[in-house]
Design a binder for this molecule. Sequence first.
Ligand code: B1M
Length: 232
Amino acid sequence: MADDDLDLKTLTDDELVAQMHDDLYDGLADEIAEGTNILLERGWPPDRVLNDALVEGMRIVGIDFRDGILFVPEVLLAANAMKAGMAILRPLLAETGAQRVGTVVIGTVKGDIHDIGKNLVAMMLEGAGFEVHDLGINNPVENYLAALEEFEPDILGMSALLTTTMPYMKVVIDTLREKGIRDDYIVLVGGAPLNEDFGKAIGADAYCRDAAVAAETAQALVMARRAAATAS
Ligand code: B1M
């Protein structure tokens, strides 16, 4: 039970989802884990639990963070609670039985410690059949270069959540270009402050609005690249 007063199991689906938004806001990781399990037991598909209960809850947190109602410590607790739900969903989202489609190296760029969205993208890519090497947060260009050499991926994915860190994606792409290896990889970028134009301007292959789009785009571009290689 979540606490002495409220048994989450007695709530309807809508009430439970609303309660989970509140619990995420309050950074209650155990309650988020319990709510996630209850929705799954009720037959909710994992991606619906993720989007309706967790991502929507974090969107609400983001609004109050922006408006100065919540501060970094509270948002960290909310992020921690979100991760407790994601940890339960992760194996379910990855368990599609899909054949290995390709390999991805992904990481949040230097100066940026936001990782929830990047983790979701990594999960969805795994679910779509990719082998994913997650470099974590705050990655200087050297980390990306070392991982590209070690894992020889099809795709390099970068995440940035700050307007001050998103230009670093261009630093990475320019470095790949200088080394003559830019075209060896499909470069995908994402994060809340980015858009299509920014992706084009920095020379990425695609900007991905969300994790589902990232998985679809990754699959489509790897297939296209393989088809082009076979044709030539
Ligand atoms: Co930060 N933060 N934060 N924060 N934070 C934002 C981003 C902000 C928009 C909040 C706001 O003001 N409304 C704002 C940025 C403003 C700006 O630059 N324009 C901000 C700020 C200012 C800051 C600090 C500077 C605050 C401070 O210290 N004063 C600081 C910076 C720290 C740093 O990085 N150096 C900071 C710190 C933090 C916490 C540590 C407290 C925490 C991060 C915890 C963590 O990640 N482990 C945090 C959080 C949680 C947020 C908000 C509230 C939520 C971000 C999130 O997880 N969203 C955020 C507000 C917001 O975005 N609404 C905010 C949920 C996630 C599912 O969505 O990350 O967008 P998102 O990912 C999506 C897509 O963008 C896309 O797919 C994902 C899934 O669908 N995507 C990709 C993301 N990466 C991709 C990579 C791809 C493809 C798609 O590659 C192929």
